[in-house]
Design a protein around this ligand. Sequence first.
Ligand code: UDP
Length: 254
Amino acid sequence: MTRRRRIYEGKAKILFEGPEPGTLVQYFKDDATAFNAQKKGTITGKGVLNNRISEYLMMKLGEIGIPTHFVRRLNMREQLIREVEIIPIEVVVRNVAAGSLTKRFGIPEGTQLPRSIVEYYYKSDELGDPMVSEEHITAFGWAAPQDLDDMLALALRVNDYLSGLFLGIGLRLVDFKVEFGRLWENEEMRIVLADEISPDNCRLWDVKTNEKLDKDRFRQDLGNVAEAYQEVARRLGILPEAGPGDHAAPKLVQ
Ligand code: UDP
């Protein structure tokens, strides 16, 4: 891990200089944090699972025409990505009430929302990621109105696609967070999906039992955190048993 220049270290990932200009290597750690890093821990094997799950989901999203920063997985914990300028906004899409939404509005956890709700949070550890409106985002210049339009449209497409994909393997996509970046190609700028998509930033509940198979197991001390992430990978058909580089189809749950 000393062979490359470290560009950035976050809570769950490290970014290294990539092999070519315009590329980075994204390394997935086992570290977990919650509640604005007030709760810290390690989930053994999480990095390996998230690397694999995020690879799979980014690849599938790429196949339906969602532009992403993902290039290819390099090994158990690393993937090659395009270097982008991260837009400092977390886009949260919610289908079912959970987490901060239940607290903010007093809606019971598990309530199906009348339609998908999109929220924006300003990425700032010091400020604790405050919720912001489109007005704040454009007025403070974090993203241009056109960027925001693209982010919203992409986030909703991601939601529709992933909701269906997870439902097919018996999981309800309750909510998730995505991040976007700006990618320049010649003179053109494109908004692309960045960061990761994994049980660290999605809420996934078993359709039949409502069992939580995501980071809430860590946040709420429910135990078997790594096992839950592994179950998500297993249902997606991407556990190592499937063979290296093998993208076995997800198992349809009747
Ligand atoms: N989320 C995330 N990073 C954050 C905050 C939220 O990935 O810094 C994800 C979280 O896992 C959930 C969704 O965004 O899937 C909505 O989270 P919420 O606003 O309910 O906050 P939480 O209760 O997770 O703090």
